[in-house]
Design a protein around this ligand. Structure first.
Ligand SMILES: O=C(O)[C@H]1O[C@H](OP(=O)(O)OP(=O)(O)OC[C@H]2O[C@@H](n3ccc(=O)[nH]c3=O)[C@H](O)[C@@H]2O)[C@H](O)[C@@H](O)[C@@H]1O
Length: 457
């Protein structure tokens, strides 16, 4: 057989070589895409590790099942990052000359949300901090948050005991003031969950003060103490000069501890500190764990309510204080707070240390409160009068507010009937309560009232 011509041999060789080249390039392509995939995986892992170490999921102090967020949301959207910092800065920038830049802790809470709105309205910058725990229905806190959001107030979701988060906030914003309202509230719940009071009201407060004392500039701090610190005091009305070393509940003891801790940080570090003793604050957007709030709910649902009497069969009374009066008191305290004197953890001169009562100056028996609610709701309450259980309650509170009046013009202006009318108006509108019958005209009027439901007026 004749050998194949030279040209056909060359062509075969050429085809073979091109085949080998194709195979090699495919292998190369596979190898490089594998390499690329591994590199991407490695970078992603490194990023996750980086964010986790820098911004750990925001811890929660309370062990009564606080609201917890997913790993992803806490790592990537809540703290850190350019967009987050922009929101933080924007929210805390004042819009009036010499305006304040205020960090409001507990901003999704009752008093916190009202104060945040009032500060923003007059042109101060406000940044909120709240852990959205579930001590009471968190959906109410979310609704308050949405309201604040509408007014350009951003709430950072985090806990007081998260030191790195607090440090980060003070790194981003040179706060002039802190309005510290985050706390574990409620007198009677302290017997069920004592640790949550220690975690929020003591450890959380110290955590905040530690960061504030190291900040440069140091902010002036106004914070919520409580009328409950008067405990077993029998002198009347309660004055800031009276004894407060006999608390009747663990709640009161943690608030009293807060006042002593404030003294220490003022003494060592030159922090300007003002404690406000609130007297049973009530009103629209209030706390569902408080008596006036759950009495309203139970009366409307036809359920019985416990009305306490003292052990010697006297009526229990409170100096119920309307929210707008308390907000004015908080702003007055902020306006008259002097600057802290230290910087970077060092005291340079003595600093201001104050404590004030913020009450209404006219105690009302709980039975009378129920009577006002009955008339506003057009429904009789099923009263169950019982002797006050031994739960940390005190029989009576009554504020002397001379000091707050003298120093920042505090003067309560809302009596209980007027304040409760505004509360009921908000309540029926917020919860969409229908009047039970055509006879419930008062309730119907309240529900269709013209006042905006979202803000107290
Ligand atoms: O002034 C304060 O410092 C405190 O005021 C309130 O505490 P309290 O005055 O006990 O308010 P409520 O729990 O709303 O109780 C109001 C009144 O209703 C009474 N009450 C409560 C519950 C109940 O079932 N029946 C009843 O008659 C209480 O004894 C009290 O006299 C707040 O809940 C505390 O967080 C706050 O610190």
């Amino acid at each position: 057989m004749a050998p194949p011509p030279e040209s056909s041999k060359t062509a075969k060789l050429e085809r073979y070589n091109s085949y080998i080249r194709r195979v090699n390039s495919t292998k190369l392509l596979n190898a490089s895409s594998k390499l690329l995939f591994r590199a991407t995986l490695l970078i992603a892992l490194a990023l996750v590790l980086f964010f986790t170490l820098n911004y750990p999921p925001l811890s929660s102090s309370s062990d009564h099942a606080p609201h917890r967020r997913s790993f992803l949301s806490s790592t990537f959207s809540s703290a850190g990052g350019a967009a987050w910092e922009k929101q933080v800065r924007h929210s805390s920038t004042p819009r009036r000359p010499n305006g304040f830049s205020v960090l409001v802790t507990g901003a999704a809470g009752f008093v916190g949300s009202h104060c945040s709105l009032a500060l923003k309205k007059r042109g101060d910058g406000v940044l909120g901090l709240d852990n959205f725990n579930d001590y009471y229905d968190p959906s109410l806190k979310r609704a308050r948050q949405a309201l604040l959001q509408k007014h350009q107030i951003f709430i950072v979701e985090g806990d007081l005991n998260d030191g790195p988060l607090l440090t980060k906030l003070f790194d981003v914003v040179p706060f002039t003031h802190v309005l510290h309202l985050a706390a574990q509230a409620g007198v009677r719940y302290a017997m069920q969950n004592p640790q949550s009071y220690v975690a929020s009201n003591i450890a959380g407060f110290v955590s905040l003060l530690e960061v504030a004392k190291s900040a440069n500039p140091q902010p002036a701090i106004v914070w919520a103490s409580s009328s409950s610190v008067y405990g077993l005091n029998t002198e009347n009305p309660f004055s800031e000069l009276h004894r407060t070393d006999r608390p009747a509940s663990l709640y009161a003891a943690t608030k009293k501890a807060g006042e002593e801790i404030a003294h220490t940080y003022n003494h060592i570090y030159g922090l300007s500190l003002t404690g406000l003793r609130f007297f049973t604050v009530y009103g629209p957007w209030g706390r569902p764990d408080m008596a006036y709030f759950f009495f309203t709910k139970d009366i409307l649902q036809g359920k019985p309510i416990d009305v306490y009497r003292t052990h010697d069969q006297h009526e229990v009374a409170r100096d119920f204080t309307y929210i707008d009066d308390v907000v004015r008191g908080c702003l007055g305290a902020l306006d008259t707070a002097q600057k802290s004197t230290g910087s970077g953890g060092r005291k340079k001169a003595p600093a201001q240390l104050r404590v004030y009562n913020l009450g209404n100056t006219s105690p009302v028996p709980v039975g009378r409160l129920v009577g006002i609610l009955e008339s506003l709701l057009g429904t009789k309450a099923k009263r169950h009068v019982v002797t006050m259980p031994r739960n940390g309650d005190v029989p009576f509170t009554h504020a002397n507010v001379t000091l707050a009046g003298r120093d920042f013009g505090y003067k309560p202006t809302t009596d209980l009937a007027t304040g409760l009318r505004k509360f009921v108006k908000w309540y029926v509108s917020y919860y969409g309560v229908e009047p039970r019958s055509k006879k419930d005209t008062r309730l119907a009027t309240a529900a269709t009232g013209t006042d905006r439901p979202e803000e107290s007026d």
